[in-house]
Design a protein. Structure first.
Length: 150
């Protein structure tokens, strides 16, 4: 493993333990050259899959897109970075458990909305308004009414 501080490849593992989500290993490392410490995470490599977009274009799955959408919808909301990470991890696990080589973006969007609805209803409505492309206030109000009726 290359040291992020000095770039040398002489590093050793000081400590290993399961990460908080139990799906990866957290390793503390120390560089033999500069002596600085850093953390790495080891995760099982998953089979890459393709996302089918609304316009039928296909592109490789990108975790950052899910995370970015959730972060934007939770902007200035009382949602912690840890909650966002947990949501992304849960959504990603659900996607991988489907064991499909191609998955529609609509399926991913619905999974994101389900998680956001449980965490923060304002973030949910923000995400839904972009994802479902609300055209007017009536559509917006209809979505809010669905939340209030539950």
């Amino acid at each position: 493993m290359k040291c992020p501080f000095c770039g040398k490849e002489n590093t050793k593992v000081i400590d290993s333990r399961p990460a908080d989500d139990n799906s990866s290993i957290r390793r503390r490392r120390q560089c033999d050259v500069c002596g600085k410490r850093f953390t790495t995470y080891e995760k099982v490599e998953t089979i890459p899959f393709i996302v089918i977009k609304k316009d039928d274009n296909r592109e490789p799955y990108d975790r950052e897109k899910i995370q970015g959408g959730i972060i934007r919808s939770c902007h200035k909301r009382p949602v912690s970075a840890n909650q966002i990470s947990e949501m992304v991890e849960d959504i990603e696990n659900q996607i991988f458990n489907m064991e499909e080589k191609e998955i529609p973006s609509s399926t991913i969007g619905e999974l994101v909305m389900d998680k956001l609805k449980d965490v923060d209803q304002v973030a949910y409505v923000r995400f839904a308004s972009v994802y479902r492309e609300f055209k007017d206030v009536n559509t917006f109000m209809h979505e809010i009414k669905k939340i209030l009726d539950k």
